[in-house]
Design a protein around this ligand. Structure first.
Ligand code: DX5
Ligand code: ZN
Length: 218
């Protein structure tokens, strides 16, 4: 199956947001990755609903929303209304994860779960068949531009095995510190979607960087 690239808008130029959204529209990118941070679950605040609304207005590709917030149940319907196609919540932020996942699907979105670097894959054993996406964090969530944690490869293989062992059709997404230095090894381990923030937006030619990354992994 085709491997996907999801540029993370966190690294875009917010003074030129429409320009950067159009750049992604006209590139070989597959998804928009949108990081919502609340300053409580993670030690940083990114942006919220009005900014997502502005992005949605111009974006013409799948909108993959990564919620780094406590008690995400409060906003599930709002994110559906704002145009999220995939809604990912953190395992560490959900006491009743099964209920949250069902609510995301009931709102018409695909459901994802993100795992912090210290959270083992095994916690997903009893929910994997309900998931459309698992996002393995390859940095501690909260900031763009951090270095990739090498232990991620092992987790990707473990998750790949777990998925193969069940009837799950869930995709494996990697988020944090992704670049052309680790992309191939991540795909070999079983990744399906690579999120890339700084690597794309801080490069001289983001369109070309996306295109090269797509070529490397396909
Ligand atoms: C980190 C976010 C990431 C971030 C990735 O908390 O979830 O999506 O934007 O940025 P880079 O690719 O720069 O590590
Ligand atoms: Zn993210």
């Amino acid at each position: 199956m085709e491997k996907l690239v999801a540029p993370s808008i966190l690294a875009a130029d917010f003074g030129n947001l429409q320009r950067d959204v159009e750049m992604v529209n006209n590139s070989k990118a597959d998804w928009f990755h949108i990081d919502i941070m609340d300053g409580v679950f993670v030690p940083n605040i990114s942006f919220g609903m009005p900014v997502l609304k502005a992005i949605s207005k111009h974006a013409n590709k799948t909108i993959d929303v990564h919620l780094m917030i406590v008690d995400p149940d409060r906003y599930i319907n709002t994110f559906a209304e704002l145009g999220a196609d995939i809604l990912t919540v953190h395992y560490e932020a959900c006491t009743h994860l099964h209920r949250t996942i069902q609510a995301i699907k009931a709102a018409g979105m695909k459901a994802g779960v993100a795992l912090n670097p210290h959270t083992p894959i095994a916690v997903l054993e009893d929910i994997i068949e309900d998931l459309d996406l698992v996002c393995i964090m390859s940095v501690n969530p909260g900031f763009g531009g951090q270095s990739f944690i090498e232990n991620t490869y092992k987790k990707v293989s473990q998750l790949k095995h777990l998925i193969e062992f069940t009837s799950s059709k869930c995709k494996i997404e990697i988020d944090g510190g992704v670049s052309d230095q680790n992309a191939n090894k991540l795909i070999e381990a079983g990744a399906d979607v690579l999120v890339a923030g700084s690597f794309v937006f801080k490069s001289d030619n983001p369109t070309e960087t996306i295109s090269n990354l797509k070529d490397i992994i396909n």
